[in-house]
Design a protein around this ligand. Sequence first.
Ligand SMILES: Cc1ncc(COP(=O)(O)O)c(C=O)c1O
Length: 392
Amino acid sequence: MTAIDLPGKVVAALASVLPGKCGLHEPEFAGHEWDYVKDCLDTGWVSSVGAYVDRFEAMLAERVGVHAIATVNGTAALQVALTVAGVKAGDEVVVPALTFVGTANAVSHCGAFPHFADVEALTLGLDPVALDRWLADIGRRQGGELVNRLTGRPIRAVVCVHVFGHPVQLDQLAEVCARYGLVLIEDAAESLGSYYKGRHTGGCARLGVLSFNGNKIITTGGGGAILSSDPELAAAAKRLTTTAKRPHRWEFFHDEVAFNYRLPNLNAALGCAQLEQLDGFVERKRALAAQYRQAFAGMAGVSFFTERDFAKSNYWLCAIVLDNANRDLRDGVLEATNDSGFMTRPVWMPLHTLPMYQSMPRADLSCAEDMADRIVNLPSSPRLASADRGEV
Ligand SMILES: Cc1ncc(COP(=O)(O)O)c(C=O)c1O
């Protein structure tokens, strides 16, 4: 493979799989969306109370197998999950350097400090071995807490992210967190419909969160959810997201400063209709991934990113990874594919390189930095897979 023809070969591979010009990830409204949203408008139940919010939460709870609280977006969900986990202003929370900025912003919204850790190339999620080594290196036990001896601040929690829908090594991360007395929270914003060893992501740790932004596998326009197997944490999350109002027919009694983060009924109506179609979306996205894998199988210089054997991924965003020797061709691939009408994107800039996070504590982040230069996301909408294409 020469430097000149790799972008052209990637374009040819995309053209062999895709029906034509397409965006990165487009929502699809082929179910009961119009009926349910119209019902909200007809009845006037459009805001933060209504039957669709309760129904959406019940459907999510059934799917994931834990309690679910619907919120205005995934970032707010993570902020509240961190809060009920005990994260306070001045604490540090370990997050991967390679994730959407919302993961770290939620930590900052708590008045806490994101502490960046490295990812591993095989899952793109937090590397449990590197995390263990780093915590052993910088952590010291003090009054029952793990304190970062470099900053003097307590490290309270770890947020792992199932990047592009691919589950991280949850058992290993849970073991490391348990050993250091840290709470593990799953940022499952991208992994609704993905499973780790048969368990739904977001429901494996005591706390998890989802996002239903317009680019996710199902959307409520904007929205999110907090997930917890612990009824007390779930109740605390519900109170914090609903202005801590004591239930009463007419009294406005609120017993603490809390948030107005509840998902409106109008959005939840969309969510119910979308969730009814989740299995079909996952199936078609996995079929699309199988097509891509085949198209890139014989191509030197690049590989299609594939789930691990312990995982069943929703393949929310499909991705190719350029070989090390071709890392300088990433922008050429982005340019050629976008010029041909196939919307592709690089992965996020590692968060420790963003201005507001440059001074935050961090481990060695060489894998995150390396992968950020080599990943290209491919068009991934479910509609791009046709029924007669191969199954995974
Ligand atoms: C990994 C990750 N975390 C958090 C979020 C934040 O979710 P939201 O955009 O709904 O606030 C997103 C997506 O948008 C995400 O991809």
